[in-house]
Design a protein around this ligand. Structure first.
Ligand code: ZN
Length: 277
């Protein structure tokens, strides 16, 4: 696993790389614009060039996280169009920056089947608006709070099966969300069972990235509260399994905890879990 962290873009998106370097990261995640706003000024050319230069200098692969406002599962025409436009804009930013994945939460709807269908249709529209893009959307598994879709592997598989360009969509597994959703990966046996289920439904080849978060709440609580790795209810074993899993040697895995000042320490902890061979 290429262990890294979600880095701040204060001062411009290109600044995230130096922060990642400081933390000893091998990859990074960033927002391409403020995650709590619908719109942002277009990426200026100098900033885009600076970003590509930093990416080359550091050699660090990056992924992006999309806006939290988006709901591709919405029934409301206006919110739906806003969401499609926002994902299209963020995917365009990724494409211009050379960022491989835009991680988004699938959306929310009280009726699962209907909601999953709406998400797939919205993704089809995003794809129509962004032909020939190489950057792809990655659907993140969610904790299943409220009406949130995407907290079962079959939800993600169902969306993928209805997306016309399935090759343009990947999956992001967040360890905290998995655990909160009831997938017990806290033991070696549990980890293997969860990955086997993911493989049988979604397909492990679709897993493009991981969010490496421990969980504050118990298994199956369906509440999304990230904890620092090794300090929560999941414990270290899941992370030991992940960083040593030969299937994910080149897969990006990033920390998303609220304490960037401790990212360096957390990355060193994860690196120390690697088995020497
Ligand atoms: Zn996450």
């Amino acid at each position: 696993m290429l262990i890294g962290a979600h880095e701040s873009i204060a001062g411009g998106v290109s600044q995230a790389f130096a922060r990642a370097e400081e933390h000893g990261a091998r990859s990074l995640q960033l927002f391409t614009k403020s995650a709590r706003c619908w719109k942002a000024p277009a990426l200026a050319d100098p900033e885009r060039r600076a970003f590509r230069k930093e990416a080359r200098r550091t050699g660090l692969p990056s992924i992006a996280h999309g806006s939290y406002l988006v709901n591709l599962g919405s029934e409301d025409a206006a919110l739906r169009e806003r969401s499609v436009a926002c994902v299209t804009e963020e995917l365009t930013r990724c494409e211009r920056l050379g960022v491989s994945c835009l991680v988004i939460h699938p959306g929310a709807h009280p009726d699962e089947r209907r909601g999953l269908k709406l998400v797939a249709q919205a993704l089809n529209e995003v794809h129509r608006r962004t032909p020939r893009f190489r950057s792809r959307v990655c659907l993140e598994i969610t904790a299943g709070q409220g009406n949130c879709l995407g907290w079962r592997f079959w939800h993600l598989a169902e969306i993928l099966s209805q997306v016309e360009r399935e090759d343009r969509v990947g999956v992001c597994l967040d360890t905290c969300h998995l655990f909160a959703a009831g997938y017990d990966l806290s033991t070696e046996h549990g980890y293997e069972a969860v990955m086997a289920e993911c493989d049988a439904t979604v397909g492990l080849e679709r897993v493009r990235c991981f969010h490496l978060n421990d969980c504050k709440k118990p298994l199956g609580c369906r509440v999304d509260r990230h904890e620092e790795v090794g300090k929560g209810t999941i414990g270290r074993m899941a992370f030991r399994c992940l960083v040593n899993d030969p299937r994910f040697v080149n897969t990006i895995g990033v920390l998303e905890t609220p304490f960037p000042e401790r990212y360096g320490e957390a990355i060193r902890l994860l690196e120390s879990l690697r088995q020497r061979r």
